[in-house]
Write a protein that binds this ligand. Sequence first.
Ligand code: 4NP
Length: 158
Amino acid sequence: MKKARVLFVCLGNICRSPTAHGVFETLVAQHGLAGAIDVDSAGTAAYHVGNPPDSRATSAAAERGYQLDHLRARQAISHDFSEFTHILAMDEENLSNLKAIAPSDYAGHLGLFLDFAQCVEHEVPDPYYGGDAGFSHVLDLVENASMGLLLKLQQVPR
Ligand code: 4NP
């Protein structure tokens, strides 16, 4: 399998994309693919740069066995398009912000993370201003899409 470098992107990089980062990193390790797939995450906004994930995201993830404590928020930058083969946004707004900084000749995959999921939703909703149920729903969607993404990376030659 060809080396893949995956970047998950949301707005603040403290709720959705670190959740995707932790879940997908765990799945990759469980399948013995840590040497073949690199995982990172970033936010399109800079509000929370340097901060750990939101404690509600960390707790919800820990309940399902995923560790997020090692992650720190950073902002997505145009150089990321030189580094990552797959840049996956949590929603349309963040995808649009990424397209605005993407080089016109980017040859990787820039799209929505939930394109790899089997569900009716096409965006991972922002849980920041809501309750715990929102964080649990984020995990449901992220686990779903992570399985689809892993299968795609293993099956499709790039
Ligand atoms: P995230 O959630 O994009 O999933 O990390 C948010 C985090 C912070 C804010 C908004 C969304 N905020 O407005 O500070």
